[in-house]
Design a protein around this ligand. Structure first.
Ligand code: HEC
Length: 125
């Protein structure tokens, strides 16, 4: 109890409330799968709300950048780790996780992530 009072340990209800506000944008039930996949695969590096992160390990962009990708370019990024225009990414991490993990997503799953990121980018600000 004293740990809860001191704020060291938070009550479950407060944690649930806090966590609810720390999820990627909810673009509605039709984007549930895409949002879920980003939660379990992209937030690790792109931040809990996909807004990008800046820390000592480097930076990641807000995933709004994906809305500038065509569907085919998005596949090339997620499967081969090559960004649009065949550029070379400064930080090799994205290419590594794409090849080792995201290349295993099914086309249906990549469709869902792509559509979700588009919908998220178009959300009212
Ligand atoms: C292990 C860390 C990591 C994970 C997980 C990760 N990314 Fe990234 N991502 C990066 C880094 C680092 C960059 C920045 C690369 C650079 O610009 O040098 C990046 C950049 C990007 C870019 C911008 C590429 C460009 O055009 O410059 C997109 C789009 C992207 N990631 C999509 C995703 C998606 C979608 C997911 C989840 C399916 C994901 N990333 C998961 C690390 C990660």
């Amino acid at each position: 109890m004293s740990q809860i009072r001191s704020g060291e340990v938070k009550p479950a209800a407060a944690l649930v409330r806090e966590r609810r506000d720390m999820l990627p944008f909810d673009a509605g039930p039709s984007h549930g799968l895409g949002r879920y996949i980003t939660e379990v695969t992209c937030v690790e590096c792109h931040g809990t709300k996909l807004e990008g992160r800046h820390d000592e390990e480097g930076s990641t962009p807000d995933l709004v950048v994906a809305s500038g990708y065509s569907r085919a370019e998005f596949d090339t990024l997620l499967i081969k780790g090559i960004p649009s225009g065949g550029r070379k990414l400064k930080n090799p991490l994205m290419g590594q996780v794409a090849r080792s993990r995201f290349s295993h997503l099914t086309p249906h799953e990549r469709d869902a992530v792509y559509a979700y990121l588009k919908a998220r980018a178009e959300r009212p600000q």
